[in-house]
Every structure is written in structure tokens, then in C-alpha cells.
Design a protein around this ligand. Sequence first.
Ligand code: SAM
Length: 344
Amino acid sequence: PQRQDSDAPIRQTDTDAAVARLSAAQKQYLNDPFVKYLVPRAQFQQPRPPLINIGTYVRTKGIDDLVEEWLSRAAKTGKQCQIVSLGAGSDTRFWRIATGPHQDVIKSYIEVDFHEITTKKAMSIKKSRQLLEILGNPDEIKLANGGTALHAPKYHLLAADLRSDPVDTLQELLTQPSNEHAILSAECPTLLLFECVLAYMTVEASSRLLQWFVNYFSANGNEEVAKANSPLGCIVYEMFGLNDSFGKVMLNNLRARNVSLPGAEPLTTIGSLISRFLDSGFQTARALTLKDIRRSYVESEELARISRLEFLDETEELDLVLAHYAISWGILIPSPADQDSWSD
Ligand code: SAM
């Protein structure tokens, strides 16, 4: 069908992200022993240029630090938490967390993407002894929905088009009691991840998605019911500020590959990233560019280690590129009793 074909370039961006992650891991920017099992051998390419490797490093480090902070807080409150990664593609974060110090804090980790991507990922998982071992008891690892979904004790891979009305898709997938894998509980602290995803959908579609989660955790504004609910956090990684001359070059490069960015073009300032959260009902929000994160949030020993890995002669260009990407995050705390332990 027409619609699927026009989405092929969007799905292709997952291969770009996975190949960039593989390259950064091979060049020792990142420690990711799992990415090689999720990138088909045919797509193993030359390593990406240093600028891309550094960008992948800063983005991953920034998101990792926030996720780590979230898991530590959940651990301190004695609660297990849920992570929902929307447009997860070939991401390996579940396996990294499941083999890391906070593995016991995870109650469930849910990934959602187009069915073409989830089918491919489910097959790669089924083929990899290393990935399967970490998923747990083999008897409890099952393909579902014609191979587009996979369920394991803590890990769930689900297919959906995130542009559809969440009431018709996510609500059914995640919360209907009639669905044996309806796994999302508003009583567990829950972190949403949108890593390079919202740019590909309209602002209306992404607001509807954020709003759906906010309504679910705030019990549609019923404060009495919401008291029993746990905090909802959300991390978004995205391009922004594409209205300047460098941004226009970035947009044109993507357009040449038939990728349009209806969700990123309206984001002209860092303030617009924060407003997106506040307008959807999150109580607090912050945002930092990758340029800021590299300058102020990466430890000096790490910066020194990174600078020794490869020679980078385009430092001005690096700053220009990193200034057009940002990590933003918001928190909703439905119960006043949680304010002290979860607010910033
Ligand atoms: N989050 C992963 C990462 O950072 O490595 C993948 C990022 S990739 C650039 C974007 C992903 O979002 C792709 O896997 C794509 O299929 C998915 N995606 C984009 N629009 C989507 C939609 N409407 N519904 C489901 N998935 C979508």
C-alpha cells in the first residue's frame, strides 16, 4: 500500500541509527556488546566519520545518565519501574540495563515500532543465543501476533504505528484487561523514551501520544484516583532549530532521501522543546543541546579518552551539528506524596 511505501525512508532511519551505534561501539566510544546481534551483516559498513561517532557518544551518554538517574530513584523508593521505548528500532538499551547494576529495578521494558521493524528485531533476537540468554527462561519467550511481537518475562516488543490514535492502538496494546500482555501499570514509576522518533510525525500526533500517557497516569485529572499512581518521566531526543542556515542544510540532506521532519521543523528554540512537555500536562521539563552536554556534562577524563580515539579536524562543524540536537525531559508526579522523592 501507498502509505507503507512512503514510510520506508522513515524505517530506514533505524538502520542509520544502528549502524552509527555499531560504529561507535567498534571505535570504543561506547561499550555496547549487543548491537552487533541486531545489525544484519550486510549492513556492516565502514565505520562512520569521527563527527558522527562523537555525536552518537554524546547522545547515548546523555540519555544513559538520565535513565540511570531514573532507575536509581526508583530503587531508592523501593519500587520496580517500567520503561516504554517508542520507535525503539534496533536499540539495545534493554540488554544493557538487564546486564547492568539496576537490572532488578526493571519490572518491564516495552518497545514499540512499525511491524516491519519489530518483525525483523524479533527474528534477530530469536537467532541470537547471547540476546536470548538475557531475556530469561526460554519457555517464557514467545513470538506473538504473527511474529510482529515478542514477549519475555520482562521484555515486550510490540508493533504499532505511533501516528494512529493512541486510544485505538496503545490503549489496546498496553492496558486492556482482555489482552493477556496488557502490561502497563500506572502504579509503577514509568519512563518513556522517544529517541529520534517524534521528528517523523506531526506535532498533533506526538502531542496526542504524550497526552495519552499523561491522562493515563493522572487518571484523567481525578486526583483521588491519581494518588495511587506513580511518576511518569519522559525523555525525548530530537533535532531542532532547523530554521537557520545550517539547519536548512540538514533538512535538505534528509529531504533528498525522502525523509521529512514535520515534528522537528516547528521546534525553533530550546524553549519550544520544554513547552511541548508542559503543554501536554507534564509538571516540569528541561532541555539541553548535545553541545551543552558535551561541554558541561561529560567528565573531563571521558572527554580526554574520547579525544584520543580518533583525530577530529572539524571541531567548528561538530559544535554546529551538536547545537541542532537536544535531549529534553519532563516529569509528571500524580501523587503529592511522591513530590519529595521524585521532583528535581
Ligand atoms: N530509537 C532508536 C534509536 O535511537 O536507535 C531508533 C531511532 S530511528 C532514527 C527512528 C525509529 O522510529 C525507526 O525505527 C522508525 O521505524 C520508528 N518510527 C518512526 N515513526 C514511527 C511511527 N509512526 N510508528 C512507529 N515507529 C515509528
